[in-house]
Structures are given as structure tokens and as C-alpha cells.
Design a protein around this ligand. Structure first.
Ligand SMILES: NC(=O)C1=CN([C@@H]2O[C@H](COP(=O)(O)OP(=O)(O)OC[C@H]3O[C@@H](n4cnc5c(N)ncnc54)[C@H](OP(=O)(O)O)[C@@H]3O)[C@@H](O)[C@H]2O)C=CC1
Ligand SMILES: Nc1nc(=O)c2c([nH]1)NC[C@@H]1CN(c3ccc(C(=O)N[C@@H](CCC(=O)O)C(=O)O)cc3)C=[N+]21
Length: 295
């Protein structure tokens, strides 16, 4: 039996139509949400993501401001651009595409963004708010994962969750969100022992590692919900392919539900970025927040 696939692509398109309705409602007040995306350097994957974000931003009726800077841009110049975007009342969300070139201190840059415009949720203030249960801007990838989990499982309280990966952009905020939902959360990483055994106990397994198909089918608890965040470009049979951190075919035979790569978490990430931008714009204007688009 093939288990139910979690279709992130169609879920994301549903989120985008709700965002588009919210944008339309704001237009009656003469307000258009604006998202500024800053790309430093010419990493080809980053350039593709930034282009996709721009297209989808305009599709939901928002303004997209794209800033492409040379790889050699100084940290001072980048900080000056962020200061300008912070002051610009047409800009409600600011995203600085990661990774940044090595000569730039990423934390210093992320923490220079006005927390109210920090639609990535990477500012230390937003990370702290999330960790302490205060209203925060929530990182887009974990937010998208949470929306799919809630949709599939309803109440998550009491479930055993394993998050593999402890990055600030995926693993840690994902664990915080699951904890807030009442899950019993385990966070695994490169130093963890007995990963397969930890995985076999998990009702919810989120893999955010960056290792192609590391999670094997026999690691999955029967009926578990598997969220595959990994985006790995590999070559198979001489052809370039995109695979996740989970051996999809093997896991799908055991899991209750599973996200594919591509077409799972990735599209949800961009949809949640747009949702966060709408939320930031509503907050900036003292208007009620869109329902069902926040954590
Ligand atoms: N779909 C989407 O929208 C997004 C996808 N991604 C993808 O998700 C993946 C993770 O991204 P990100 O969090 O930024 O990556 P990082 O490289 O920042 O973090 C990877 C994490 O995996 C852990 N890890 C590495 N090797 C192992 C191992 N053998 N066993 C267990 N844990 C291990 C690391 O442990 P340690 O801390 O000990 O080093 C680290 O915590 C990547 O494939 C990335 O491309 C990322 C963002 C968005
Ligand atoms: N400040 C910042 N915020 C981010 O959110 C951020 C970032 N930097 N740097 C890079 C990672 C990665 N990321 C993805 C977004 C969408 C897809 C996506 O749409 N993926 C498609 C496939 C796209 C393809 O074919 O390459 C899918 O999975 O179906 C993937 C990965 C956001 N990130």
C-alpha cells in the first residue's frame, strides 16, 4: 500500500491564495506589502531561489524589491543597505539570502534587521521570543513543516518527535515549535549515537541534515509522519537529481505520511515567507493578523 503523500506543492499553493486574499483586502486601504530580498554574490542555487521568491511575491500582489550585490561587497555596505530598508516604510519584510560570503559576519547582518521586518525569523530577538513562547516572526521552513503536520495529525500533543539537525535556521526552531505543540522532542545531530534507534521511537520525524537519503526505511516507526527538509543535488544514472535526507521509496513503504523532495517542504518555505510578509505588514499597520498563517 502506498502511504498518503503530503503534497507540499498544492498545500503551498493554497497558502499563497490565502495570502493573495489578504493582500487584496489591504489594497482597499491603499496598502501593498513589500518584501526586500538581498543577495550577495552569485551562488547559482541562491540565485534560483531569489528569482523564484520574486516571481511568487509578485504573483500574490506584493511588491518585490531585489538587491543584488557583488560577492566582494563589504559588511559595512551591506549593513548600510539594511539600515535603509529598515527605514523604508514601503518595505515590510527583509530577507538576506544565506549563505553569505565568508568575509561577512552573518549574525551581525541578521541581527541588524529590524525584528518586525525579519520575515526569516533569524534575528536573535525572534529566536528568543519563539523559545520563550512570545509572539515572534517564525522561520519559514519550520513554520511550513508545522502547518503540514497540524493539517495531517491535528493535535500534536504527547507525540514523540525527533528532529535531526540543530541549525539555527531549521533544526532548532523546528524543535521549539514542536515543543510548544506539546511534543516530546529529541534533537539529534552529528554527534548523536544510535540515530536509527532514536528514529524508530518517533511518531514525527523531521530530517534537516543535508545528507542524501541518510534516513533508511528501517529507521521509520510504522505509521510515523516523516518530514524531509533536505535538498541535495546528486547525480544518478548520469542525470542530475534532487533528493532529500530520507530514502523516500523505502520510508514511504513504512510511514503513515511523508513529504517528497522536490514538492514537499521547499514550496512551503516560500509560501510561508509570503505569509510572514503579510503578517509583518498587518502588524506594522496596526491591523488584525491573517488567521491560520502564523504559528
Ligand atoms: N526545503 C527547504 O526549504 C530548506 C531546505 N534546507 C535543506 O535542509 C538541509 C539542512 O539545512 P541546514 O539546517 O541549513 O544545514 P546545516 O548544515 O546548518 O545543519 C545540518 C545539521 O545536520 C547535522 N548532521 C550532519 N551530519 C549528520 C549525521 N551524519 N547525523 C546526524 N546529524 C548530522 C549537523 O550536526 P552538527 O550540528 O553536529 O554539525 C547539523 O546540525 C540541507 O539539505 C538544506 O539544503 C535548508 C533550508 C530550507
Ligand atoms: N535567508 C534565507 N532564508 C531561507 O529560507 C533560505 C536561505 N536563506 N538560504 C537557502 C535555504 C534553502 N531554501 C529553500 C527554499 C525553497 C526551496 C524550494 O522551493 N525547493 C523546491 C525545488 C527547487 C529546485 O528544483 O531547486 C522543492 O523542494 O520542491 C528549497 C530551498 C531557503 N533557504
Amino acid at each position: 500500500m502506498t502511504p498518503p503523500l503530503i503534497d507540499g506543492k498544492s498545500f503551498a499553493s493554497g497558502i499563497r491564495s490565502r495570502v493573495a486574499s489578504g493582500v487584496l483586502a489591504l489594497s482597499a486601504r491603499g496598502i501593498t506589502p513589500g518584501l526586500a530580498v538581498v543577495l550577495v554574490g552569485e551562488d547559482p542555487a541562491s540565485a534560483v531561489y531569489v528569482r523564484n521568491k520574486g516571481v511568487q511575491t509578485r504573483e500574490v500582489g506584493m511588491n518585490s524589491y531585489e538587491h543584488k550585490l557583488e560577492a566582494t561587497t563589504s559588511q559595512a555596505d551591506l549593513l548600510a543597505l539594511i539600515a535603509r530598508l529598515n527605514r523604508d516604510s514601503d518595505v515590510h519584510g527583509i530577507l538576506v539570502q544565506l549563505p553569505l560570503p565568508g568575509h561577512i559576519d552573518s549574525d551581525a547582518v541578521l541581527n541588524a534587521i529590524d525584528p518586525a521586518k525579519d520575515v526569516d525569523g533569524f534575528h536573535v530577538i525572534n529566536a528568543g521570543r519563539l523559545a520563550t513562547g512570545q509572539k515572534a516572526m517564525v522561520p519559514c521552513t519550520p513554520l511550513g513543516c508545522l502547518m503540514m503536520l497540524r493539517d495531517r495529525l491535528g493535535d500534536l500533543s504527547g507525540l514523540d518527535a525527533l528532529v535531526i539537525g540543530r541549525s539555527n535556521i531549521v533544526g532548532k526552531p523546528m524543535a521549539q515549535l514542536l515543543l510548544a505543540e506539546g511534543c516530546t522532542v529529541t534533537i539529534a545531530h552529528s554527534r548523536s549515537r544510535n540515530l536509527p534507534d532514536l528514529a524508530r521511537r518517533a511518531d514525527i520525524l523531521v530530517a534537516a541534515v543535508g545528507r542524501p537519503e541518510m534516513v533508511q526505511g528501517d529507521w521509520i516507526k510504522p505509521g510515523a509522519t516523516v518530514i524531509d527538509v533536505g535538498i541535495n543535488r546528486i547525480e544518478r544514472d548520469g542525470k542530475p537529481r534532487l533528493v532529500g535526507d530520507v530514502d523516500f521509496a523505502a520510508a514511504a513503504a513504512v510511514a503513515g505520511a511523508i513529504t517528497p523532495v522536490p514538492g514537499g517542504v521547499g514550496p512551503m518555505t516560500i509560501a510561508c515567507l509570503l505569509a510572514n510578509t503579510l503578517t509583518a505588514c498587518c502588524r506594522a499597520n496596526g491591523l488584525p493578523e491573517p488567521e491560520g498563517l502564523t504559528a
